[in-house]
Design a protein. Structure first.
Length: 253
C-alpha cells in the first residue's frame, strides 16, 4: 500500500513537470446571462437623485457573448498569456420621471450602457497540475471601452471613453482524479480609496477524450463583475454589478 502511494505521488509530480515542458493552447467561447444592478451618480451638477439601473432605467438580464484564449509555454522566465473579451451591453426605458445631470427625463426615456472589455493577463504557474491542483498568479490589464446614453425628445446626456485598469490575477483549478471533470475559480481585483473593481468566476468543466491532439470540452459557471468608481477627476460616480450564470465550449490543444 505504501509503495503504491509513493508511485502515485511521483507520477503526479512528474506529470505536472512533463506537461509544463510542452506548449499548451486553450480557447473558448460562450454566453454569459448577466443581470445588472447598481446606481450611477452625477457629481458635477450636484443632483440628489441617484437612478438605479434596474428600477429606474429599466435594464434587464441580457445574454452577453465572451471569448478567451490561454497560452502556456515551456519557457520558465517568461509569463504565460491569457486574453479575454466580453461585451456587457444593456438598454431600457425609464420607469419614472426624474432630474439628473441638469436635465429632466420623463417616463420611457431611452437609456443604454456598454462596457466592452479586453483582458490581457500575464501570469506564472505556481502549481501546474501538481497533485491534480493548479495555481496561477499574475497581473491583468483590463481595457474598458464604455459608453452611456440617456435621452428623450427634450434632453440628452451621453458619455464615453476608455479605461486601462491594472488588476491582480489569481486562478486555481482542481482536476478530480480518474475523471474528466475540473473545478476552477479565478478573480481579478483592484481596490484603493472608495474605488473597487473585481471580476470573479467559478465553474465546472468536462473534457471529452475523442482525439488525442484536440480535446473539446464544455463549461458551466457563475460570473460577477463589480465597477465601483469614485474618482475626484471623474464627474460620474458608478456602482455597477453584473452577475449571472454562463456556459460555453472549449478546445484544448
Amino acid at each position: 500500500m505504501k509503495k503504491k502511494l509513493i508511485v502515485a505521488t511521483l507520477a503526479a509530480l512528474t506529470s505536472g513537470i512533463a506537461q509544463a515542458d510542452f506548449l499548451r493552447i486553450e480557447a473558448g467561447a460562450g454566453i454569459w446571462q448577466s443581470e445588472p444592478s447598481g446606481t450611477v451618480t452625477d457629481k458635477a451638477s450636484g443632483s440628489s437623485y441617484i437612478p438605479s439601473l434596474s428600477d429606474d432605467l429599466g435594464y434587464q438580464k441580457e445574454n452577453i457573448s465572451y471569448l478567451w484564449l490561454n497560452v502556456k509555454h515551456p519557457v520558465p522566465v517568461l509569463p504565460n498569456v491569457r486574453i479575454e473579451y466580453t461585451t456587457p451591453s444593456f438598454e431600457g426605458y425609464t420607469k419614472k420621471s426624474f432630474t439628473w445631470a441638469g436635465n429632466t427625463y420623463g417616463i420611457n426615456a431611452y437609456s443604454k450602457l456598454e462596457m466592452k472589455q479586453t483582458d490581457i493577463v500575464l501570469y506564472y504557474n505556481l502549481l501546474d497540475n501538481t497533485f491534480w491542483a493548479t495555481l496561477d498568479l499574475g497581473l491583468d490589464l483590463k481595457l474598458v471601452d464604455y459608453s452611456y446614453e440617456l435621452r428623450n425628445p427634450l434632453s440628452t446626456y451621453s458619455d464615453s471613453g476608455s479605461l486601462p485598469i491594472p488588476m491582480l490575477y489569481v486562478r486555481t483549478r482542481a482536476q478530480i482524479p480518474t475523471t474528466n471533470i475540473g473545478l476552477e475559480a479565478d478573480i481579478k481585483y483592484i481596490g484603493y480609496g472608495d474605488t473597487k473593481l473585481y471580476d470573479a468566476r467559478a465553474k465546472v468543466d468536462y473534457t471529452f477524450d475523442i482525439v488525442p491532439v484536440i480535446q473539446p470540452a464544455i463549461e458551466l459557471g457563475y460570473r460577477t463583475q463589480k465597477f465601483k468608481i469614485d474618482e475626484d477627476s471623474v464627474d460620474t460616480k458608478t456602482d455597477f454589478e453584473f452577475s449571472g450564470i454562463y456556459g460555453g465550449v472549449m478546445l484544448r490543444f
